[in-house]
Design a protein around this ligand. Structure first.
Ligand code: BJW
Ligand code: ZN
Length: 245
């Protein structure tokens, strides 16, 4: 297996997906065959799904909150914490995971591209997203204290735009690496490469002259666009992949 050398010239951008949490016991999306109670996840995790049946959507997210609160970070999460300690501001973690396990493991420079399971926001007013670990009883749709409208999970659903500030942070990181004359490395782990814009980061990094690595259990949809590919579980591969120099 090739080693990923992390030296004082390296800027490392990491993208994680559901596979990184799999060894903690969080089911992956494509692993559930994209289904929940025999419905496509898109039917629940979408603005249309929420409009149609908000209490069903809240049941889905309440269940996921319960599941995610009961699990713990694994050695894959911990390896990323060690890399960040070594690289400091030359490290950025963009995660598609909403389970909060990276921050619970101790990662600090984290962009949660698809939101956070333990945050809620109003579906109408500008009240900022707030921490909320509540597992709502079946049939409940919580309401906003400020405007009385339905609250919704702070999640980026299919067809919704990611926060521009989050995308900006990821782009700025690559730009800073380039202007500092550093070596930009992009590593994706545990992601099927099926969902955009995350699945397109590899192309942007290559265009910027960066090196690209993929650590995944199965072939990802965008595998061929990575220069280095390591097949395996992130909890086993990540702890031994990097040489901190
Ligand atoms: C292991 C392992 C182990 C297992 N170790 N590995 C360009 C082209 C085409 C379409 C689009 C495009 N740009 C945008 C779109 C539309 C859409 C999209 O991408 N659709 C595709 C399906 C084609 N994107 C969007 O709608 C995004 N919005 C957007 O871009 O707005 C602008 C726009 C809108 C419309 C058109 C054009 C532009 C928003 C995307 C938000 C996605 N949100 C979700 C749902 C969140 C809900 C929730 O969590 O409840 O986020 S989708 C779902 O997939 C979830 C995940 O974060 C995301 C990615 O999944 P991930 O993490 O890759 O998981 P899996 O399960 O797919 O894969 C796990 C992998 O791990 C597997 O490969 C295993 O092998 C591996 N593995 N164990 C290592 N131990
Ligand atoms: Zn409101």
């Amino acid at each position: 297996m090739d080693s990923l050398i992390l030296d004082s010239n390296t800027w490392l951008l990491v993208l994680t997906g559901a596979g990184v949490s799999a060894e903690s016991g969080v089911p992956t999306f494509r692993g559930m065959s994209g289904l929940w109670e025999d419905q496509h996840v898109e039917a629940v995790a979408s603005p249309e799904g929420f409009r149609k049946d908000p209490s069903r959507v809240w049941r889905f997210y309440s269940e996921r909150r319960k599941g995610a609160a009961a699990v713990h970070p694994n050695p894959g999460h911990e390896a990323l914490v060690a890399w960040e300690r070594h690289l400091g501001d030359r490290f950025l973690l963009a995660t598609q995971n909403v389970d909060g396990l990276h921050t619970r493991a101790g990662s600090q420079r984290v962009v949660e591209m698809h939101g956070n399971l333990f945050k809620t926001r109003c579906s109408r007013c500008e009240r900022p997203p707030f921490d909320d670990a509540t597992v709502y009883p079946t049939g409940t749709v919580p309401e906003c204290d400020a405007c009385g409208m339905r609250l919704r999970p702070h999640i980026v659903w299919f067809g919704e735009y990611l926060e521009p500030a989050d995308i900006q942070r990821i782009e700025d990181f690559s730009l800073r690496a380039a202007t500092s004359g550093g070596r930009l490395v992009f590593l994706a782990a545990g992601t099927s490469g099926a969902v955009y814009p995350a699945a397109g980061i590899v192309d942007q990094v290559r265009k910027a002259g960066g090196e690209t690595w993929l650590v995944n259990l199965d072939p990802a949809e965008n595998s061929s666009r990575f220069e280095h590919r390591v097949v395996g579980k992130s909890g086993e591969v990540l702890p031994t992949l990097a040489k901190l120099a």
